[in-house]
Design a protein around this ligand. Structure first.
Ligand code: ATP
Length: 487
């Protein structure tokens, strides 16, 4: 990370705290690592991102419906999905520093260092050696690589490591009164399984015909070995996932469609296309037949925000096997041979986006320290250029002064608008200061009520991005704001 981007990232994090977007969880108790709370503006922004996703996925597609499944699920589900046996990261402890690391992360850091030093051959060789060891689940080999690399390219100078162990990322807890092994249940590490296990319920009760999708937004929990980069890697986070059920043989076509559709969703917010890229997975999970990530260029480099996966019939077949319930779909449509396609287990295309990563991306993208200096004086402002539909507060209403009936008039205007828009009323400080506070949280409009308003019912509206001001009748505010902030 260059000094400038490092600085930018730090500034966004402190801005997020100072203006009520994101707080460290349990801060007054020195915080809880990798857990965060959303403040008054953060909760609004997060809700608006959810609405944008839900509208685009559910409301705009008549063959996609949304559900809200429970976080707790039958423990067998995580056996069937492969999470009990396979959802783990290789972990290693340093005996000197008593610090815990992800073995692959340690090696990835070395690879990045080699690359930064122009030693591309060494980087490539280490990448291959690490991939081979991970694929073969050869944990002693991973340890060997870490020790070798510490000698070849010392960073911490310590070589006193424990063995590498697989560390399951699922949190478990006990259900009921008896803390018996059989009562162990898990906090879901992804929302997708809640969709798979409800596939039959939704298909039947909604009379859904293939192809159709089920969408869901909800919390997921992973006991990440190391937490880094603010809300990029959290232990409690939120996902927005959609499983699209298709006829076997058509998955490639649907995969390509969703890959494109999802990138368009990101770009429709006005983000520069150059900040995004696709990353194709070359090492696929055994059940997947295609996988791409949508990555965003964060200040610390490109990082996955969303995954699009073609998961074949793996998940539904596993649930059929473990539950003993038939997961088949009867497709009455006629194929080329003139016969119905008949019974089959649908194939699945999944789109899975991390809401918190999307939140951070949105903040970073919108954040600007703008220099407003003129020859006469130095001036600057921090502005969040959020898409108006995402802005936590749509408009701020200011009486010019606290007297002469201006607050009452401002309240009256506010009362007419607040049913439709989230508004903020402010009467403290000079107008210029109030503008700056609203710029900092991304409010697209500021409306000032002055003495003229009492005479002709006009107000001054000031636009966040251009800082231009104009006089408009108060009766037009609903339309001016509505045109900008609705999807
Ligand atoms: P990574 O490789 O970064 O750990 P992943 O491949 O494990 O991510 P998926 O299991 O595909 O991620 O989850 C889908 C999405 O959920 C990711 O694209 C990401 O946006 C989000 N996500 C996953 N893990 C976390 C986490 N610990 N904190 C916040 N968001 C996460």
């Amino acid at each position: 990370m260059s000094k400038a981007t490092d600085e930018l990232f730090k500034n966004v994090i402190s801005h997020a705290k100072e203006y009520g977007f994101v707080f460290q969880s349990s801060e007054i108790y020195d915080g809880l690592s990798a857990v965060y709370d959303y403040g008054q503006n953060g909760a609004e922004l997060k809700n608006n991102i959810k609405t944008y996703w839900w509208k685009a996925m559910v409301q705009m597609h008549d063959n996609i419906v949304g559900i809200d499944s429970a976080i707790f699920m039958h423990p067998k589900i995580w056996k069937a999905s492969g999470h009990v046996d396979g959802f783990s990261d290789p972990m290693i402890d340093n005996k000197d520093s008593k610090k815990r690391y992800r073995a692959d992360q340690l090696l990835e850091d070395k690879i990045a260092k080699y690359e930064a030093d122009g030693k591309t051959d060494k980087a490539a060789a280490l990448q291959t050696a690490m991939d081979d060891a991970l694929k073969a689940e050869d944990l002693p080999r991973l340890k060997e690589l870490i020790i070798e690399q510490e000698i070849a390219c010392p960073v911490s100078g310590t070589r006193n490591w424990t063995d590498v162990r697989q560390f399951n990322l699922m949190f478990s807890t006990q259900v009921g009164a008896i803390a018996d092994e059989s009562d162990t249940i898990y906090l879901r590490p992804e929302t997708a399984q809640g969709i798979f296990v409800n596939y039959l319920n939704v298909q039947k009760s909604g009379r859904m015909k293939i192809p159709f999708g089920i969408a869901q937004i909800g919390k997921a929990f992973r006991n990440e070995v190391i937490a880094r980069q603010f809300i990029i890697r959290m232990r409690e986070f939120e996902q927005m996932e959609m499983q699209f059920f298709v006829r076997p043989g058509t998955q490639k076509e649907w995969f390509n469609k969703w890959k494109e559709t999802r990138l368009k969703w990101h770009l429709a917010l006005g983000t520069d296309e150059a900040k995004y890229r696709y990353h194709e997975h070359t090492k696929l999970a055994h059940y997947a037949d295609a996988a791409y990530d949508i990555e965003f260029n964060f200040p610390f480099g490109f990082k996955e925000v969303e995954g699009i996966h073609s998961r074949t019939d793996f998940d539904l077949s596993q649930h059929q096997k473990f539950s003993g319930k038939k997961m088949q779909y009867f497709d009455p449509e006629l194929g080329e041979d003139g016969k119905p396609y008949g019974n089959y287990i649908p194939y699945v295309i999944e789109t899975s986006i991390g809401l918190d990563r999307m939140f951070l991306l949105t903040m970073i993208n919108a954040y600007e320290e703008e220099d407003l200096s003129t020859e006469e004086k130095q001036d600057s402002r921090t502005v969040l250029r959020l898409h108006p539909a995402l802005a936590p507060v749509k408009a701020a209403i200011f009486p010019l002064t606290k007297k002469d009936g201006l607050p009452e008039k401002a309240r009256e205007i506010m009362d007419k608008l607040k049913l439709d828009f989230n508004l903020q009323y402010e009467e403290k400080d000079a107008i210029g200061k109030r503008y700056r506070r609203q710029d900092a949280i991304g409010t697209p409009f500021c409306i000032t009520v002055d003495h003229q308003t009492l005479e002709d019912d006009t107000v001054t509206i000031r636009y966040r991005d251009t800082m231009a001001q104009e006089r408009v009748p108060a009766s037009q505010l609903e339309k001016i704001i509505g045109d900008q902030v609705s999807w």
